[in-house]
Design a protein around this ligand. Sequence first.
Ligand code: GLN
Length: 555
Amino acid sequence: MTRYIFVTGGVLSSVGKGTVCASIGKILQVRGFTVSAIKIDPYLNVDAGTMNPYMHGEVYVCEDGGEMDLDLGTYERFLNINVSREANITTGLVYREVIEKERRGDYLGKCVQIIPHITDEIKRRLRNVAEKTKVDVILVECGGTIGDIEGLPFYEAFRQMRLEEGMQNTVFVHVPLVPILDATKEQKSKPAQHSIQELRRIGLQPDLIVARSRKMLDPDPHDKIALFGSIDRKAVFTSPNVRNIYEIPLILDKQGLGDFVCRRFGLSNRKPDWSSWRQIVNSYINAEHEVKIAVCGKYAMLSDSYVSINEALRCGAAAASSRVSIDWIETEVFEKEPNSIEALAEYDGILVPGGFGVRATEGKIAAIRYAREKNIPFLGICFGFQLAVIEYARNICSLENSNSTELNPNPQHPVVFLLPEQNKVSYKGGTMRLGASPVVIKADTLAYRLYGVNLAYERHRHRYEVNPAYIQTLIDHGLIFSGTTPDETRMEILELPNHYFFFATQFHPEFKSRPGRPDPAYYGFIKASLDKKLGNTTLTLDREALYEAESKYLR
Ligand code: GLN
């Protein structure tokens, strides 16, 4: 029997609703309950895969290859679970299903309507996840804010779920922003009051409210929110700004949120065991050192574009007793002003992330060359891996006009080209090489030192690959492909032997990095950046820090 917690947002989106949702899950998990989470995105896209990260933040890829909203990454990291593609529900997905059924004749003779057909399909999808995961509690977060037209069918489905599943099995959580005025430093509850009214207008009475504010709610706005929300003072909580988002579950539980939810569900209140979570949080806070990392990409202005990379760096740093300061560098600058590349000299490590399309690419290649020539620790991810191959072909193998056919349809040396199976693909949605697949790791390589196993399952999201026709030339000139697909046809990891740390992966290790369980590639990169900064002649790896990481690859 699964219970449901529905989380809605008020006033503004992007205020940290996903973190609150994941934190409530954690609070239940440390009490011994099993939990999972679903994200609803009321936009018309079928999935997040075709959206620009600049508008909607990063596209998160789960184990089964679903291209999902970034909140799913937050759930996986907080709850240390693997979600499936079914955990992200969009309007596009729901309508597509209903319209297909209508065409098939499943509703023959009926007028197909938002209520009940769309709402039924939404409820079916929610229950389907409950049935498959068999968890005690499922969190269902609806993206956007109350008042959005697109969200209405989903809110209506929540309302019906309460009737069908029963009051004692459903909890409504509302997360409004409570802004603080610059001039008077006053916390204003009025926008939250309005969003609660809007919530009630569509039939949802919140059971508890988590106010999102820069600091803890003052007594006056706290009382007002309780009064206008028609809930007890004790049902109002604050999620304040913090140094480290992993502190949020602890902060909310300290205010009594766990006890409140358990009472509401009629679950015997088990004692929470926060010991291992607290240890993780402390590892983030009590760092001895700091490393400075330059991430050279093109969506540098919106930090949400690369949440998983940021978190993987922070997680790797925590395992190396370090903090990480991350600067996002827009590589178009290096194209316009080649001398500006010297700015990279002040960094302990350089990362080139995944990406698509030609803009800012030559700047990324320039950054990779700089890292290689100046012996600065380098990590390349997906597109960063492909561009490292292009840089090496051009500047070491003397294949001057090397390129990827993604960037130039007809280069002299197509060292990176379209995956053969992609030739027939014309639809853009959900058609890349996606999800986790096996990577074989060669013995006596840096990759093996990092992973400690010879088979890893890593998550992919790409259409292009290293052209097999150039592999031998690249190897003859010193490049090592230390990871491949099991049939050895597809290159997955590259490294350079005479470099402090030069490592790149065709897959996205950031998607499997979790607090307290750093991904080996990110941990190695941060550790190398730190060791080099401290003047150590070679990289030293702490097997203990990697021990946890290894276990996740053993399937
Ligand atoms: N654009 C490249 C490809 O499709 C890299 C993709 C990525 O970095 N995720 O293969």
